[in-house]
Design a binder for this molecule. Sequence first.
Ligand code: TRP
Ligand code: ZN
Length: 885
Amino acid sequence: MRTEQPKMIYLKDYQAPEYLIDETHLTFELFEDHSLVHAQLVMRRNPARGAGLPPLVLDGQQLELLAVTLADKELSADDYQLSENHLTLQPTSETFTVDTSVKIHPETNTALEGLYKSGTMFCTQCEAEGFRKITYYLDRPDVMSKFTTTVVAEQHSYPVLLSNGNPIASGPGEDGRHWATWEDPFMKPAYLFALVAGDLWCVEDTFTTMTERTVALRIYVEPENIDKCQHAMNSLKKSMRWDEEVYGREYDLDIFMIVAVNDFNMGAMENKGLNIFNSSAVLARAETATDAAHQRVEAIVAHEYFHNWSGNRVTCRDWFQLSLKEGFTVFRDSGFSADMNSATVKRIQDVAYLRTHQFAEDAGPMAHAVRPDSFIEISNFYTLTVYEKGSEVVGMIHTLLGAVGFRKGSDLYFDRHDGQAVTCDDFIKAMEDANGVDLTQFKRWYSQAGTPRLAVSESYDAAAKTYSLTFRQSCPETPDKVEKLPFVIPVELGLLDSKGNEIALRLAGEASAQGTTRVISVTEAEQTFTFVDISEQPLPSLLRGFSAPVKLSFPYNRDQLMFLMQHDSDGFNRWDAGQQLSVQVLQELIAQQQKGESLVLDPRLVSALRTVLSDESLDQAMVAEMLSLPGEAYLTEISEVADVDAIHIAREFARKQLADNLFEGLWLRYQANRDLSKKTPYVAEAEHFARRALQNIALSYLMLSGKPEVLAAALEQFDTSDNMTERLTALAVLVNSPFDEQKDQALASFAEQFKDNPLVMDQWFSVQAGSTLPGGLERVKALMQHPAFNIKNPNKVRALVGAFAGQNLINFHAADGSGYRFLADLVIELNGFNPQIASRQLAPLTRWRKYDSARQALMKGELERIRASGQLSSDVYEVVSKSLA
Ligand code: TRP
Ligand code: ZN
């Protein structure tokens, strides 16, 4: 744990490195009670920094320095300075080598950063600043080097020795040990370094690239998981093909490896040629992983693979530019997932997630721009804003330039900056230069935090046959206190006539109409667009496909929203109209609950959803999405002051009313789909995901009826289905039901069957942590004593504590503050051994401003208790202090 005060780092202070490292030669000697790392760095003065030889300041943390040699001369303690985070040497010539030997302790590394052990295997996680916990180095992304790595370990326990690049030599050593040397021909920053040693099996395949090169593909896992790799392998091959076809990007090494590890702080890591994955992001087969898990594996495999170009070949100059690689790569993986599955459904899911979680982050104390201008701990900035909003920003460029223009821009970007460490400005510049456009104002999306609001009003002039839309944009204040200037907001829109047909769109001043859906750019604080030749009052369909990450408001009434649900030609907006209708109806119920009135559901919501449910022509996945009411977290986000209890009661009331009123239709759809599922072997493809999605949402509604035939159906589905998607939904509806005996039996049999599969047990924990029945906290506390729980394993913490605090709002926000106290205790404990996870689990407490004054006081009290709890990591310190500021 640190002892120096955490300090703020500013983008404006960026300076190029004083020295460069042309070559990095590493030797790792792995032992059970320590490891030795020898590094030879071939260095030179950075010519860009001019003349003179300033001190060389190498980063290093928690390293025991054994020896250091500068220009072949072993130094004594007087020749260098050693501090908690640095080793400082004085070079005496422009070019020189530095050799260091250090001792480190992967076997006790619980922070899962640097070199650590996951189970019996050694692995690394170096992004963002983990390499400095392995050896003394210039641990910054603009220092790129050619790496050669030798790993030496005991042969029997660690038969597989991996690092980046190509294997060039290997052989036996002394005392039952062996070694392997890997060479990565591509220059890379240290954060992309990786090493793995373990007793692993692998699934092998090959890929033939667009220039007919054969690439060996290997997925390494622990032996018991060898039967769960095929889906990831298929996803990898599809990703490689897609990146060639859509972006013209070919893979560059002769081998591409993925290793699955059980203990991992995030989803996965794009280390050059050697991706390291959380096992939850690799392993998937029908019996153990849900459809959602299969889709997540496909997306993460693609994401990490795509980083080979957007991140590795072209990397970030500094960590303020993180969205350069993450926003762009999320945009790329979303496009891939859209092409592999249903594009509209993918868009709906992404937007629902963004609006619920990123909008909340952007309105809270940790709000920051897509390119932040300061941070204390970079690990805290792997955020929804950098990833998801960053992707939306790239998506807006795509919308503004069109697919062809965007591709010209990305080609120029990759070509111009191959092998370089660059900035978001360089990305924009390539887009500008390739298309002859000026994106100066657009760049405010990178520097201004907060979710813009876009209020739209209309006016129709029947005599002149003109229709005007007036847009007013504003952006709420955020902690960075930057003055907000107008954004460039691309608004894709259409106009519907009274029959639901699309109207040709001709703006005043244009010679002719330009289609029925088009993109206009709102660039001013207030701006009016007038359409001509409009012969009747139209209904606008605004922000089609969610063309900008803004909060749009237009005074639609409920009948108009129902009309859009049926007639809008844009599938996303049909869904969104349904969401807006649901929000209006739910907010009315919330108000009734708050006033102590009896709750009355607007029958229009029932009839709108009945129409959806009976429409056999709709994609079933769309039907499932449209039947899903906005979640409690989203209703919280859009509330001025969130009334936890009223939101929960209102939403549950609406669900029960819908279940009762739509029982027949739901039951028919359920039975038809369940029958088909019984007859069809599991296939991880869109059409099958869609069938099961509708089947499962129908079951969760039906179960609210409490009818015995539904209970029987749930039990039948639980007992006999051959896949986790159906089984887990059946378990979830039982767990949330009043049928205690059946619930307990199902939970017990599930645990018995899957006790040796940690990823399945994670789902078992999550389902229970998410149960909104009373007593949630006691259940979670009891589950923490279960033998399958392990607080040192991030997946377990996320499955149980994360699911409770993030998804079980009614229990977490218990009025007595018990949920808050529990979470604070946990954060204090996690802070002691895994700061990154501690800081992430803290997020729900940072949202205290959303709640009533009693809850605010309780939440703040817990944040203060964390702050006073002793030695805080920089991760937790930053989040707590910003939340209380
Ligand atoms: N670059 C990784 C990604 O693709 C993010 C990541 C993986 C990460 N592991 C991490 C970030 C640990 C910080 C710490 O998204
Ligand atoms: Zn990434």
